[in-house]
Design a protein around this ligand. Structure first.
Ligand code: ADP
Ligand code: FBP
Ligand code: MG
Length: 331
């Protein structure tokens, strides 16, 4: 029998915040690792709402069969307003106590980790986080679970838009997800040969955008794709399209908002492997007595990062990527 130093007998697992492809693979890994170490695993449905409302089911290795390839989250997710209150978190702690759950694995993003930290500080419930969000906006891991799948979904969609953009000599503004982060926009922009990429981390100006159009005209380009992160500060895609049309009345401008298709679909191999490794690491981390950390992957190695750092610090946008995009798009 493998060693379970911390003597945990019951661990709960939940998915919270925006779902992401690979959350199911992480769940499967957590459940099966618990079983390996002779720990009973409890699935909490609907994120923190499930803790508050006692929606808890015991999960064994067979309960997570046929899940590794499925998008979404079998446990379901929620953005729980009640959990943001001290009262809500008290109710959550009562449910945890009632079931004898001793620690949690929280699969989610920065918001979910903030909530878990408060639950620990106020109610003493230990936890380890697994970064599950398409946004890749969490410090302490090179990639979050779901990001790679989202990149591929976006690239496939933009490739299709390129076909019609080229056929009609059109300019397309394409909005991709990322409330506060430009990772999806920057990487898919490079991958799809965007003329310009607008992200919240960079100070863009409309003049810079117009300069890209002027340059494209000079180079003889007849259609263009501009990838815009949802959280870009310059304005939304519709305003950008309007201003562009005002400046260049001869342009045939269209807008596509890719929206929630970016969050669905079967996870890529990279996401499945990442989720599986982090799921095992999270349970083993708890067994080793770790708390209030996030299991992440840096340079292909498991790294545990204090949750405050994971939330507060930010993965910097790699300036080299911006340079690559600029060099390649302006030729
Ligand atoms: N400051 C906070 N205090 C307590 N709970 C929070 C806080 N921020 C987020 N949460 C909880 O975590 C949930 C998920 O957070 P959210 O920001 O929506 O997604 P993500 O975890 O993907 O970033 C919220 O709905 C809420 O229940
Ligand atoms: O599905 P919702 O609630 O409309 O949220 C949309 C947001 O969720 C995300 O897809 C993921 O964000 P989180 O991981 O923080 O939940 C963002 O990119 C997007 O802005
Ligand atoms: Mg978030």
């Amino acid at each position: 029998m493998p060693e379970n130093n911390n003597k945990y007998k019951k661990i709960g697992v939940l998915t919270s915040g925006g779902d992401s492809p690979g959350m199911n693979a992480a769940l499967r890994a957590v459940v099966r690792t618990c079983n390996y170490y002779d720990i009973n695993c409890y699935g909490i449905r609907m994120g923190y709402d499930g803790l508050i409302n006692d929606h808890i089911v015991e999960l064994g290795p067979r309960s997570v069969k046929n899940l590794i390839n499925k998008g979404g989250t079998e446990l379901k997710s929620a953005r729980s307003e009640e959990f943001r209150t001290v009262e809500g978190r008290k109710k959550a702690a009562e449910t945890i106590k009632k079931h004898g759950i001793e620690a949690l694995v929280v699969i989610g993003g920065d918001g979910s980790f903030t909530g878990a930290m408060k639950l620990y500080e106020e109610q003493g419930v230990p936890f380890i986080g697994i970064p599950g969000t398409i946004d890749n906006d969490i410090f302490g891991t090179d990639y979050t679970v779901g990001y790679d799948t989202a990149l591929n979904t976006v690239a496939e969609a933009i490739d299709k838009i390129r076909d019609t953009a080229t056929s009609h000599n059109r300019v397309f503004f394409i909005e991709v997800m990322g409330r506060d982060a430009g990772f999806i926009a920057l990487n898919t922009g490079i991958a799809t040969g965007a003329l310009d990429i607008l992200i919240p981390e960079e100070k863009d100006s409309i003049e810079d955008l117009f300069q890209s159009f002027d340059n494209a005209k000079k180079k003889g380009k007849t259609s263009s794709i501009i990838v815009v992160a949802e959280g870009d500060k310059l304005g939304g895609v519709y305003d950008l399209a309007k201003f562009t049309k005002m400046k260049y009345p001869e342009f045939d401008v269209r807008v596509t908002v890719l929206g929630h298709i970016q969050r669905g679909g079967s996870p890529t191999v990279a996401d499945r492997v990442l989720a599986s490794r982090l799921g095992v690491a999270a349970v083993e981390g708890l067994i080793d007595g770790r708390c209030c950390v996030m299991a992440g992957m840096q340079s292909s190695k498991i790294v545990f990062t204090p949750i405050e750092e994971a939330i507060k610090k930010h993965n910097e946008i790699d300036k080299e990527l911006i340079k690559v995009s600029n060099i390649l798009s302006m030729q």
